[in-house]
Write a protein that binds this ligand. Structure first.
Ligand code: MN
Ligand code: ZN
Length: 498
């Protein structure tokens, strides 16, 4: 991380130099903290001259007003108080964070007049700051000044002033867990494939043991014994062996059925023998975005001690062209016993997921399974980088996911499924083939996965457009977005904690 905020909450605070950040809605004519930061009344005058209307996540910048204890004042807009949604607090926090440069001391007055700021909202504001502060500069040997918020790259001391400081600090412990989980997922996606292979990724999952997660790592030999011919077929072209990581968080009642999340973890996808064109192929280091989201989610749930039993399973492989790589036309036998004709070796994610999902269902009998995968280019054609595709055999689960998507702004759009689409993956030579052709490519991919879920409620999230390269915004300036972590944390929090 290239910028750090050391955040605390206080009931009241004196400004002693540094930045003062004041929050203001559209409807109130004054901002929080004005009396402390602006005894001479410059803010109101400056707002008028600059035409600042306190639109959500906009900022008014005032340098060193006469008589102020602050060196610089920012007013951050919250929009109309009646319109304030929970995600808006993250946005406002992100907008505030983006203005902090070259100072080590920031006082933020968050109790905007006309708003009853709850501890959760104050914590969300701080979460927005932490998410905005993330940057991936591990491999830059020369850091630019722009990369850091604090002077000389050191942490910025941020005091958030709010009436319910104690409760906000408590809520922030949870928010901090979320920030760390999202940023872990971002790190994993941004990390290059020469550094993060299947074995290295599995080691990252293993690190969750520190938080109380039980982690098992299956090797190639163990997966061979289990008959995971679909997953292993993808891995066989790489000199780096595959892994299956199984993470269990047991925060719920003992013996209660878990909920399960399964992630596609193709650490690099060349397409295999059906090799991809060179242009943009470097982005395929992010083809493990599903596995990254599941790992980040497990981090959040354990770090905030979620009262739920949760299983995370990630299939980790590399898809390479090689003398030993699988060929188009090959037929593999999955752990389920179903056979698959490999038409296109670039449709490899579903092969990995088929075995991982079957294993998860067979072993854990979960309440539901949700898989995340950077699965198809076709989902980008349909939804762009804006929403993820949602495919499901269960209306209730779909509705819960859609609601969590609106709440967290990690949005989903439900796509159709049906037996006409399912038929498109019937094979001449095996039980199914791994691609149904160009038309309805995301849907037939979902149907392929569905053939491994049995009767368990299930949802598949195609995150090829949202896990990486999505438009940068107030809370994300990173190529690897961490999409899915906040979404699924919210799903668990709202519906599955006892
Ligand atoms: Mn592929
Ligand atoms: Zn792939």
């Amino acid at each position: 991380m290239s910028a750090k905020f050391d955040i605390s909450f206080e009931k009241s605070a004196e400004i002693a130099g540094g930045y003062a950040i004041l929050l203001k809605t559209k409807d109130a004519d004054t901002a929080a903290g004005v009396s402390a930061a602006d005894p001479s009344g410059v803010v109101a005058k400056a707002a008028k001259i600059a035409g600042f209307t306190a639109k959500l996540a906009t900022a008014l910048d005032i340098v060193a007003p006469e008589g102020s204890a602050a060196e610089r004042i920012f007013v951050i807009g919250l929009g109309k108080s009646a319109d304030l949604a929970s995600f808006d607090w993250l946005k406002a926090g992100g907008a505030a964070a983006s203005k902090i440069k070259n100072t080590n001391d920031v006082t933020i007055f968050i109790d905007a007049p006309g708003v009853d700021v709850t501890p959760a909202q104050a914590a969300d504001f701080a979460l927005g700051m932490q998410l905005r502060a993330y940057g991936f500069d591990t491999y830059k040997t020369r850091k630019s000044d722009d990369d850091s918020n604090g002077k000389d790259g050191s942490a910025v001391k941020v005091r958030i002033v709010t009436a319910t400081a104690k409760e906000a600090a408590k809520a922030f412990e949870t928010a901090q867990a979320v920030a760390n989980g999202v940023n872990l997922a971002r790190d994993l996606v941004n990390e290059p494939a020469n550094v993060l292979g299947p074995v290295e990724f599995a080691a990252k999952a293993k690190e969750l043991e520190k938080l109380g997660v039980e982690v098992e790592i299956l090797t190639e030999t163990e997966m061979t014994k289990l008959g995971m011919g679909a997953l292993l077929g993808v891995a066989q072209g790489s000199v780096r062996p595959p892994r299956l990581a199984i993470m269990q968080w047991k925060g719920g009642k003992s013996g209660e059925q878990p909920v399960a999340f399964i992630g596609k973890g193709v650490v690099f996808d060349t397409g295999g023998i059906s090799i991809k064109p060179a242009g943009g192929m470097e982005d395929m280091k992010g083809d493990m975005g599903g596995a990254a989201a599941v790992t980040g989610l497990m981090h959040v749930l354990a770090a905030r001690k979620a009262k739920a039993n949760v299983v995370g399973v990630i299939g980790l492989v590399e898809n390479m062209p090689d003398g030993n790589a699988q060929r188009p036309g090959d037929i593999v036998t999955s752990m389920s016993g179903q056979t698959i004709e490999v038409i296109n070796t670039d449709a490899e994610g579903r092969l990995v997921l088929g075995d991982a999902i079957w294993y998860c269902n067979d072993r854990f009998k979960p309440k539901f399974m949700i898989d995340l995968a950077t699965l198809t280019g076709a989902i980008l054609v349909a939804l762009g980088n804006i929403q993820a595709g949602l495919f499901s055999n269960d209306d209730q689960l779909s509705e819960q996911l859609t609601a969590a998507g609106i709440e967290t702004h990690e949005r989903l759009w439900r796509m159709p499924m049906g037996k006409e689409y399912d038929k498109m993956i019937d094979s001449k030579f095996a039980d199914m083939k791994n691609t149904g052709g160009r038309h309805a490519g995301s849907i037939t991919a979902a149907h392929f996965i569905k053939r491994f879920v049995g009767d368990t409620p299930w949802a598949h999230l195609d995150i090829a457009g949202t896990a990486m390269g999505s438009p940068l915004d107030e809370i994300n300036q990173s190529w690897g977005s961490g999409y899915g972590v906040r979404l699924l944390d919210q799903l668990v929090r709202a519906n599955y904690e006892s």
